[in-house]
Design a protein around this ligand. Structure first.
Ligand code: UGA
Length: 475
């Protein structure tokens, strides 16, 4: 599909508008009940909105209606049950019912990397918007939340125009989300900003009404939530620019880790020292195994692909380097493992056959069960491919990890995973691993060797307990 070059529109003023359903506050729907849509649906019910979540996955919808959150996200279960009981929240697989219910429909479906390249796959956006538009019988606002290539909102507007009668006056807006897994509830209820891309006063007013719960909550807590009202293209770009910046910051510090490795410096102290400068800041400056997950990696690739299409590819060439630095961290762990185990690397990498390695962590970061593009799982697979007998434990990600990489051995707890291991690799910085007792684990392993791929352990503590310790970018 081709996405048209985006138009830039003037920013309209906020007007008071009446929801087309006649309800006092807009009734909201969320299409797609993955991490994004499920969290938003539940949190918006908590803010007092009448909410309907839609998904084509009947199993997921049945679970949600039964009060079961299909993902691990701290705090979400309780909010789901409370709001189902209050009658403000329900979930459905029926698109006609969804269309009939809502004044504001948020599109929250996935936009994964395309199988045939670096660009974003917009087929779920197309399917959800088309399905919804065909069932609308009155005016409504369709708001994109999914992360998309710039120009998608214009294309969605054309789709809506094609599938709804013009006299309904259905409008489109874009409002990116910035939630982080593990903090998703707070990020939705207490966002650090709201960005809306709108073309009309009506859309702006309706979107303001659909966010009023967030502004009201902030007022009761003596906070302010900045609102940025802009055109479609800027709203779309804000999201990918934010993720590109975060990815760049992480790869910057990981590039410094490489230089530290070559020169004998310590990247953790370097990060601390530069982070005291408020212009730099100490967050997202944790060197280690790099970024993964369903967002940062695919977003920087889709951003490059889209910039290339627009003739601005040169401007984002550095993101290719950001990606490469990030991926090199994974092979660095393999090297450290081989060094500690005294194995030489041949042209095909090290031969780790006959060794047993405990992998602690499978998720892409702690406090989630998400293993999509998880650096930890990628390294576990590399170690396995190099011939090691890999035993994995993760506090929440076991089920997803087993499904994604079935060839590894999964253990029920940390003790089982490390028992008899020649090497322990900490690949996700779960609190359980950060707080592990080196003497106790030392009694279980076959060899006291540890790779701390997230720089989350105290090297002094582990070396004092007789462990050979290797961190990332540390001497
Ligand atoms: C990211 C963004 O942080 C959110 O703002 C955004 O809304 C979301 O993507 C999205 O696009 O939906 P998330 O994927 O939950 O959120 O994960 P992050 O907390 O950003 O972490 C990403 C990766 O970077 C993790 O693998 C983490 O371990 C790694 N990381 C993070 C580092 O390696 N070093 C750091 O200093 C920070």
């Amino acid at each position: 599909m081709t996405i048209p070059y985006p138009n830039t529109q003037p920013v309209p003023a906020i007007a008071a508008v009446t929801p087309p359903s006649g309800a006092s506050r807009p009734r909201v729907t969320f299409l797609g009940t993955g991490y994004l849509g499920a969290t938003y649906a539940i949190c918006y019910a908590e803010l007092g909105y009448e909410v309907l979540g839609f998904d084509v996955d009947a199993d997921k919808i049945a679970k949600l209606n039964a009060g079961e959150v299909p993902i691990h996200e701290p705090g979400l279960d309780e909010l789901l049950r409370r709001n189902l009981a209050a009658g403000r929240l329900r979930f459905s697989t029926n698109i006609a019912e969804t269309a009939e219910f809502g004044d504001v429909h948020f599109i929250c479906v996935g936009t994964p990397q395309r199988a045939d390249g670096m660009g974003a796959d917009l087929s779920y956006v197309e399917a959800s918007v088309t399905g919804l538009a065909q069932h609308l019988t009155r005016k409504a606002l369709i708001v994109g939340k999914s992360t998309v290539p710039v120009g998608t909102a214009e294309w969605v507007e054309q789709l809506v125009g094609k599938h709804t009668p013009a006299d309904l006056g259905v409008e489109v807006a874009w409002s990116p989300e910035f939630l982080q897994e593990g903090f998703a509830v707070d990020d939705v209820l207490r966002p650090n900003r709201i960005v809306v891309g709108v073309k009309s006063e009506w859309a702006n007013g309706m979107l303001y009404a659909a966010h009023k719960g967030v502004f009201d909550l902030a007022a009761t807590e003596d906070r302010e939530v900045p609102l940025v009202v802009t055109d479609f293209a800027t709203a779309e770009l804000v999201k990918v620019a934010a993720n590109a910046f975060l990815a760049t910051k992480i790869s910057f510090i990981n590039a410094m880790a490489e230089v530290c490795e070559a020169s004998g410096g310590d990247v953790t102290q370097l990060a601390k020292a530069i982070g005291y400068d408020p212009r730099i800041g100490n967050r997202f400056l944790q060197a280690g195994l790099g970024f993964g997950g369903a967002c940062l990696p695919k977003d920087i690739r889709a951003f490059q692909a889209r910039a290339q299409e627009l003739g601005a590819g040169e401007a984002l060439r550095f993101l290719h380097e950001v990606d490469l630095i990030n991926l090199r961290r994974r092979t660095r762990v393999l090297q450290l493992a081989a060094d500690l185990l005294g194995r030489r690397s041949g042209p095909a990498g090290p031969d780790l056959s006959g060794t047993r390695i405990a992998v602690l962590g499978a998720t892409f970061k702690p406090n989630t069960d998400d293993v999509r593009d998880a650096p930890a799982l990628a390294v576990a697979a590399l170690l396995h491919k190099a011939g090691a007998n890999v035993h994995v434990y993760d506090p929440q990600g076991m089920e997803n990890a087993r499904r994604a990489v079935p060839e590894l051995t999964y253990e029920p707890d940390m003790a089982e995973a490390v028992t008899g291991a020649d090497l322990v690799c900490v690949l996700t910085e779960w609190a359980d691993f950060r707080n592990a007792d080196p003497s106790h684990l030392g009694d279980l392993v076959a060899g006291r060797r540890i790779v701390d791929a997230r720089n989350c352990l105290d090297p002094a503590l582990w070396t004092q307990a007789g462990w050979e310790y290797r961190g990332m970018g540390r001497p």
